[in-house]
Design a protein. Structure first.
Length: 440
């Protein structure tokens, strides 16, 4: 093959341009501190870099969420501490008023202070964080209690069973003679205005549920709902019309029982019947099932993890005291305070003294809730430490992926510079011949 001078010159120029291009890339790496500038530099590293940037952004958001979560919990703990402190004052005043040695004027003064404390409790129930009420569940734009201590909102409450995987290999049979349980509803009102707990018997339809048509878990839920709203007490009286609103649904093979008419100063509970007993465990329920609020405000703390930051109002201000010994709380903080004020007005030292046990029950409940809040705060701090460590790890990985190794690039640049200089020296000899040289 004949090699011409133009071929040698073109190849020399191509090689020198290639050397210059490499030098330019190294200079750009050195000047910017980054070793990838466009996808064509290294598609694999670019994809990894973009993923790491996304992870860092997510981690930053999780860190902000954690800070917000801690602030909400800290505000809640502060409110609970103040509530506990003023309850301690209520206990001191109640103890003073119950000894029977105070004058009528002293009792009136105590009553007035207790009324002021009640107003402070209402204000604490409506505490806010950045404009959002912390005890109002999902309804953060609304106060939990009205100024007079009555409930301003009604949190969503439910009883939820365990999983019921009904099929022809996992049948549930409701037997005649063992098909009844009780539904109890607290805070019902008699015609004279007094409150009581309604106790009703629920009788399910005896049949076998095996997953076939008409015998599925949804059919079981329908039967439970129908019979709940048709339940009768021992005198043959049904549930008051206003409360015949039980709703039974199925979620993830779980029986979910709700009643939107049950207020936050009330509870409904499912219990074993004393006779003709249906084993509640067959329905995925335990022997003691009391409705609970499910309005959890959660903050994401990871790709698939979150933490609940709110305390629902009924956990603190709702029914806590079991006044009739049926293991179902039926008396709220406001009930106790209102009765105490009434007893102080009447000078009823016996009932005033009895209020000490109720006050202790409320204080113990507040302490229990504070402990739960404290545990969540510790969890949040642990998660924050993990997120901060993850942030360091991501930054290190991003640096390894994107950043230029200055010492290595500097050494390679000097080597490349020597190669380029050598190519110039050799190229000078290639282009050296002139027209005279060819004529010779």
């Amino acid at each position: 093959m004949r090699v011409t001078n133009s071929m040698m010159v073109n190849r020399m120029m191509m090689n020198m341009n290639r050397n210059l291009s490499k030098m330019d890339k190294m200079y750009e790496d050195y000047a910017t501190g980054k070793k990838i500038h466009r996808p064509s530099d290294d598609p694999v590293l670019v994809a990894r870099s973009l993923k790491i940037h996304t992870d860092i952004a997510e981690n930053e958001q999780f860190k902000k969420n954690i800070d917000d979560a801690y602030s909400v919990l800290d505000k809640t703990e502060t409110s609970l501490k103040e509530l506990n402190d003023i309850f301690q004052r209520v206990r001191e005043l109640t103890n003073q008023a119950s000894n029977g040695t105070l004058t009528q004027e002293d009792t009136i003064n105590i009553k007035e202070e207790v009324k002021q404390i009640k107003e402070q409790m209402v204000k604490l129930s409506n505490d806010t964080y950045v404009g959002r009420h912390i005890f109002s569940g999902y309804q953060t734009d609304k106060p939990y209690l009205n100024e007079n201590g009555t409930n301003a909102i009604n949190l969503d409450k439910e009883i939820r069973s365990g999983a019921l995987n009904i099929s022809n290999t996992n049948e549930l049979e409701i037997l005649a003679g063992k098909n009844e349980f009780e539904i109890n509803i607290t805070g019902l009102t008699k015609s004279d205005g007094t409150k009581y707990t309604g106790k009703y018997t629920v009788a399910l339809t005896p049949q076998k549920y095996d997953g076939t048509t008409g015998k599925t878990i949804d059919d079981l839920a329908t039967d439970i709902q129908t019979q709940l709203n048709s339940a009768l007490d021992e005198d043959g009286n049904g549930i008051p019309t206003d409360y015949k609103k039980f709703e039974v649904t199925v979620e993830n093979n779980q029986i979910v029982i709700k009643n939107p008419e049950i207020k936050d100063n009330q509870k409904f509970a499912i219990k074993q019947s004393e006779t003709n007993t249906l084993e509640l465990k067959d329905l995925g329920l335990e022997k003691r099932n009391i409705c609970e609020s499910n309005e959890n405000v959660e903050y994401n703390t990871g790709i698939s993890s979150s933490i609940s930051v709110n305390i629902k109002g009924d956990e603190v201000f709702g029914p806590v005291v079991d006044s009739d010994g049926d293991e179902i709380p039926d008396k709220t903080i406001m009930d106790t305070m209102n009765e105490l004020i009434s007893n102080l007005e009447d000078g009823d030292t016996d009932n005033i003294s009895k209020k000490l046990d109720e006050i202790d029950a409320h204080m113990n409940n507040i302490s229990k809730v504070r402990a739960a809040v404290g545990a969540r705060m510790n969890t949040v701090e642990t998660i924050k430490d993990r997120i901060e460590q993850t942030e360091v790890n991501f930054s290190k990985l991003l640096s390894q992926t994107e950043d230029t190794d200055m010492a290595e690039v500097s050494m390679k640049f000097m080597t490349m510079q020597s190669v380029y200089q050598a190519s110039l020296n050799v190229g000078a000899k290639i282009v050296q011949p002139t027209l005279v040289d060819f004529i010779r």
